[in-house]
Ligand binder design. Structure first.
Ligand code: SF4
Length: 380
């Protein structure tokens, strides 16, 4: 992956941007998430997929799945990175054939399996042998009690840690995904300490959007979210692994402000890990394909814009009106449309949709008042 798409030259409080053609996210996504199946032995409380134990009868079959892989490989270089998700991708009988096909097409592939007894050392070895680049695991608490209280599944804490340690033994890079909500916020420092004992590549903090089973959990207030993001930024300065946020793009505003305050030059900012995510958001740099082939701007933005059975993924991503709007921050409404950070942040389109039904509305999680808005308000 080479995700640098957007140059941010921070001068005098403004973010000026330009996009080199090779990394134009209005043409090519950086990541394609493919929900291979909804089948999963677990039933976590905040599962986006509302996974069930059996595959959907209309799940993409092997031929259709191969066709999807060819559609992904048709994007321009650098080709998107493919993340196999679910449900539990290990529930797909043709998983390894499809990984082989993707690799032969030149795609880099990661996987987010569920922490079940099937996720053994042998299963991980096999994934690695077939060319899986990295593994995503969910860990929502620093202890069995905390993790399982959030996920609602007994025993999955130990299985998660076992899989993480096995993957580390195999030299497989691991991304640990942790939910950020009212239920988990006070435990995050302890999760960080736990992760320091495991060889992880990246910690991704997913800020809850109340969709699917997530409605049982409570998101942080915008003010608490800002406080937490500042803590994440300072933690990341000395962390042994990378730390990123998911569905909290306003973290980039906070990070950029901190970097400016520290007197960093534009070149130094471009070399920071957080810079790599600048400009990417739901439907812009990211696209999601469901187990039945529906094309969504993101996994948490349940607005089907086409289907890979009848549409070309590339055509939808580049030309469907919804994607075109998501590629164009000036079309966003409210604060996010007027914000000087809209190109590098743009707000969570999924959260905007979850709260208002409008994916172009303002992200309700962000308390920032854009400069343009403040000027307009002062003139009223
Ligand atoms: S107002 Fe919108 S674009 Fe501006 S920082 Fe907040 S979420 Fe990002």
């Amino acid at each position: 992956m080479n995700p640098v798409d957007i140059r941010v030259i921070a001068t005098a409080g403004h973010a000026h941007t330009h996009r080199p053609a090779a990394h134009d996210y209005s043409k090519n996504p950086m990541i394609v998430y493919w929900e291979m199946t909804q089948a999963c032995a677990l039933a976590c409380r905040h599962c986006r997929a509302e996974a069930v134990s059996t595959p959907h009868p209309d799940e993409l079959n092997y031929i259709e799945s191969r066709n999807l892989l060819h559609q992904i490989a048709a994007f321009d270089a650098p080709r998107p990175h493919l993340i196999l998700t679910g449900g539990d991708p290990l529930k797909r009988a043709d998983l390894y054939d499809l990984i082989d096909e993707a690799r032969e097409l030149g795609l880099s592939v990661s996987i987010t399996p569920s922490a079940t007894p099937e996720l053994t050392f042998d299963a991980l070895s096999k994934l690695k042998a077939h060319g899986i680049e990295s593994l995503g695991l969910s860990l929502d608490g620093s202890s069995a009690a905390r993790h399982e209280a959030v996920r609602g599944v007994d025993g999955c804490f130990d299985l998660t840690l076992r899989a993480a340690r096995d993957a580390a033994k195999l030299g497989m890079p691991i991304q640990v995904n942790t939910l950020v909500s009212q239920e988990t916020a006070d435990d995050l420092p302890a999760v960080y300490e736990l992760l320091k004992t495991i060889q992880v590549m990246r910690w991704s903090l997913f800020f809850l959007i109340a969709v699917g089973r997530g409605k049982l959990l409570q998101p942080l207030s915008p003010e608490k979210g800002e406080e937490l993001m500042r803590w994440i930024y300072s933690l990341a300065q000395n962390s042994p692994f990378a730390i990123k946020t998911t569905e909290a793009p306003s973290f980039r505003r906070i990070a950029l402000d901190q970097m400016r305050k520290a007197g960093m030059s534009a070149g130094e900012i471009e070399r920071t890990p957080v810079y790599r995510g600048f400009g990417i958001r739901d439907g812009h740099g990211i696209v999601f394909v469901s187990n039945q082939g529906d094309i969504y701007p993101a996994g948490f933005l349940p607005l089907a814009v086409g289907n890979v059975r009848r549409d070309r993924l590339m055509d939808i991503y580049r030309t469907a009106p919804m994607f075109r709007a998501l590629h164009t921050p000036s079309q966003f409404r409210g604060k996010c449309g007027r914000c000087e950070y809209s190109a590098l942040c743009g707000g969570s389109r999924a959260r905007a949709f979850a709260y208002t039904g409008d994916p172009l509305a303002s992200d309700p999680f962000c308390p920032y008042e854009p400069k343009a808005l403040a000027v307009a308000a002062a003139g009223d």
